[in-house]
Design a protein around this ligand. Sequence first.
Ligand SMILES: NC(=O)c1ccc[n+]([C@@H]2O[C@H](COP(=O)([O-])OP(=O)(O)OC[C@H]3O[C@@H](n4cnc5c(N)ncnc54)[C@H](O)[C@@H]3O)[C@@H](O)[C@H]2O)c1
Length: 387
Amino acid sequence: MPHRAPGSPGHNKPGHYLTGKAITYYRPRGSADVRQLIDGGFQAFNAGRLSEACHIFADKMLSPENDTTIGLTVAGALTPAGLGGCAIELMERGLVDFIISTGANLYHDLHYALNFTLHRGSPFLDDVELYEQGIIRIYDVLFPATVLLETDSYIRDFLVRSNLAGPIATSELHYRLGLDLLERQPGSDQYSVLASAAKSGVPVYTSSPGDSSIGMNIAYHELMNGSTLMIDPNRDVNEICAIILAGKKNGCVILGGGSPKNFYLQGQPTLWEVYGIPKGGNDFFIQITTDQVVWGGLSGATPAEAVSWGKVNPGVLPDTVVAYCDSTIAFPLFCEYAVGSANSRRTRKELIHKRDHLVADLLRQARDAKNTASQVTEEPAEIDRHR
Ligand SMILES: NC(=O)c1ccc[n+]([C@@H]2O[C@H](COP(=O)([O-])OP(=O)(O)OC[C@H]3O[C@@H](n4cnc5c(N)ncnc54)[C@H](O)[C@@H]3O)[C@@H](O)[C@H]2O)c1
């Protein structure tokens, strides 16, 4: 087959595969029927676990007296499947305080932000023909390869006009991207996770910044433009750790698993194991995943296993649950339930504006912990001297 650059027109009639309906961001509205189904119909097996997850979230994590700091972690191709609207709804209502996502989900969110169309299709297509026609497939989601090229071009232009330089956290990169979208695509907070997060003050992190088209374009910016901009994962680690430290209670909703799951959960070990600050572990843990425990990988690891690492508080296992479901089905149901619940709105924490203050507090507490630890280790020497 002759080589072609992806996105160039193929030999067949273009557009044949792109006739499916546009995928849009679905916004949960708090359907009473869905709540009735979850409460009355989802009784056992993974339906039972999903119902349990809905109750832990709506009744406990969102309860005003718990004032839980809630992290949402996102892996799997969820924005391409149209699930960004669920995240937007949760952010607007103050029901999640920060997000950790794969870069891919944030990159594909930009297609929506820039008003490109992703189409409903089929997973059973001829991929060689798709390639010849310049069409990209993510399972059954189809879009022209030109969408990739134009999204990449937007990222590169943004990097130039933003003047971002030196080491920055991914929360800063995504915040600035979101602000740029709000300015250039007015109203995009309604159809872009990044724009909505910037408006709602929700920090968005990515655990593997080089592993996405956003990272690829930052690499271009360094090589081709001589930019000094680089993502500093240390800042992300410390910011997330500081956010968790400041939480009255901490809880997570983990979609899929992958590296965002650990990037969230490692916050507690960073506190006790590295900084010497005992925080006690996560108070609530909800995971919706297709991963299984038997392979031994982190994505399938249970909340009980996380207890041994000090990631989850040993006293709270009843407030943890894993629903073995496809998140594209379970998460919209979960969000309908939360939006229709009595605790469907909280005051937004707007952590994006508090990061420096929180990290300064982490530093202060870590220094105190270090001083205390060194005094304790010096004590036996003191005793020896007086013997
Ligand atoms: N162009 C891009 O930017 C691009 C495209 C694709 C992937 N990537 C990168 O590749 C890496 C892997 O991404 P990934 O999204 O495949 O995640 P992943 O494979 O790291 O983790 C996803 C985990 O979640 C589970 N999962 C996936 N879909 C699920 C679903 N529908 N329901 C329940 N559980 C589900 C899987 O079992 C999997 O183990 C990321 O770093 C991402 O940024 C980049």
